[in-house]
Design a protein around this ligand. Structure first.
Ligand SMILES: NC(=O)c1ccc[n+]([C@@H]2O[C@H](COP(=O)([O-])OP(=O)(O)OC[C@H]3O[C@@H](n4cnc5c(N)ncnc54)[C@H](O)[C@@H]3O)[C@@H](O)[C@H]2O)c1
Length: 350
């Protein structure tokens, strides 16, 4: 079949495209965003199919896309911290763009698989000292629990809010065509942008490791995340494409390892994966607006519906990313210092 991948020239899109290329004809709709693509022509050439250059939030761009048999909607603005001061831009692309993807799927009468994010959960699920389950901001002494797909949305960033609104923007399409939504945790792997200081703590670690500088962990490093390998996400997206749900009954799945990694461990894994052993971990007493403390996926539903479970541990994924990226061009660490400075200047740190 002919599959449209919006954002197909990006990190996850290229991995998915390589996975699908032997089975399907592929088309990408991608604006080749300069913040993501240092060499747009190379990104375009790397995509194994036709690339329509256009903005998903522009209805005219969709008119230039050939009719396809399924849509995988990945295009988005993805910087959590940046979303706190570029709100209009994030709403336009992540909400309006997703609505247009749903409308196009409904117009063509074809399934859509869309990337949302774990950011919709915000601080997610917790259990209080009295054993009561709650969601969102955590009371003192409570323990974080893994987020399930039925948990309420409590986003703390504009990015998370736009992903939550983007899911809702698919509701109309979901009444008539199969709609699948995936909520990935932190995705890592080869091909991740190394020069985009608005996403990805690991690219920041890589830059400092290469310069022989200490790895900067914001806070005490006990914050937890769930780092999933991009191959595992691509496998899940592939399965969702092959298993469209019934129209009127959209399927939402988490994507993660189901295992928490704290940021101190993440820094250690990065150092272990690098050729350096002379680099320390430094803690910086700063909190960025929009950041959460803890996150991890519950995989019960993924397991129950027979979708593929993750194969790569977070530790192996981190080491693999550092090794693959070590000699690739990327921004120097100053770019991340400048991104933090932008937040400070706007009063978005504490
Ligand atoms: N990478 C992660 O850790 C992660 C985690 C959760 C969810 N997601 C979601 O997965 C999807 C893909 O993320 P990614 O990591 O591959 O990001 P990416 O930035 O590498 O790729 C996004 C692609 O979308 C394109 N794009 C951006 N704005 C566009 C627009 N207005 N019109 C058309 N194309 C546009 C970019 O040029 C880029 O090629 C996004 O929806 C993101 O929110 C990613």
């Amino acid at each position: 079949m002919k599959v449209l991948i919006t954002g197909g020239a990006g990190f996850i899109g290229q991995h998915l495209a390589r996975r699908l290329r032997d089975e399907h004809e592929l088309v990408a709709l991608d604006v080749l965003h300069p913040q993501v693509h240092l060499h747009p022509e190379a990104s375009r050439a790397a995509f194994p199919g036709e690339v329509v250059i256009g903005d998903v939030a522009d209805p005219h761009a969709w008119d230039r896309v050939p009719r396809c048999d399924a849509i995988v909607h990945l295009a988005a603005e993805t910087g959590t911290a940046q979303s706190m001061y570029e709100q209009e831009r994030y709403v336009r692309v992540n909400v309006d763009g997703t609505r247009l993807a749903g409308e196009r799927a409904a117009g063509w009468g074809v399934p859509v698989v869309a990337a949302s994010s774990r950011a919709v959960y915000g601080e997610g699920r917790h259990r209080t000292t009295d054993g009561v389950i709650g969601f969102g901001a955590r009371p003192a002494g409570s323990t974080p629990e893994d987020s399930t797909e039925d948990d309420p949305h409590h986003p703390v960033s504009v990015y998370g809010q736009t992903k939550s609104d983007g899911e809702r923007a698919l509701a109309e399409a979901a009444a008539t065509v199969p709609v699948s939504i995936v909520r990935p945790q932190n995705v890592i792997g080869p091909g991740q942008a190394l020069h985009n200081p608005y996403t990805g703590v690991l690219a920041a670690f890589l830059a400092r490791l290469r310069e022989g500088k200490g790895l900067l962990v914001y806070g005490d490093g006990t914050q937890t995340r769930d780092f999933v390998h991009v191959h595992d996400l691509a496998a899940l997206l592939h399965w969702m494409l092959e298993h469209p749900p019934t129209p009127g009954d959209p399927r939402i799945l988490n994507c993660g390892t189901g295992v928490r990694t704290d940021l101190n461990a993440l820094a250690r894994y990065a150092i272990e994966g690098s050729p350096r052993d002379d680099v320390e971990v430094e803690h910086v007493d700063v909190t960025r607006a929009g950041d959460i403390v803890d996150a991890c996926a519950d995989l019960g539903r993924v397991r129950a519906c027979g979708a593929p479970l993750p194969k790569v541990s977070s530790r192996d994924a981190v080491a693999g990313f550092i090794q693959w990226s070590w000699d690739k061009p990327g921004a120097d660490s100053q770019a991340w210092d400048a991104a933090l400075g932008e937040l400070e200047a706007r009063g978005l740190t504490s």
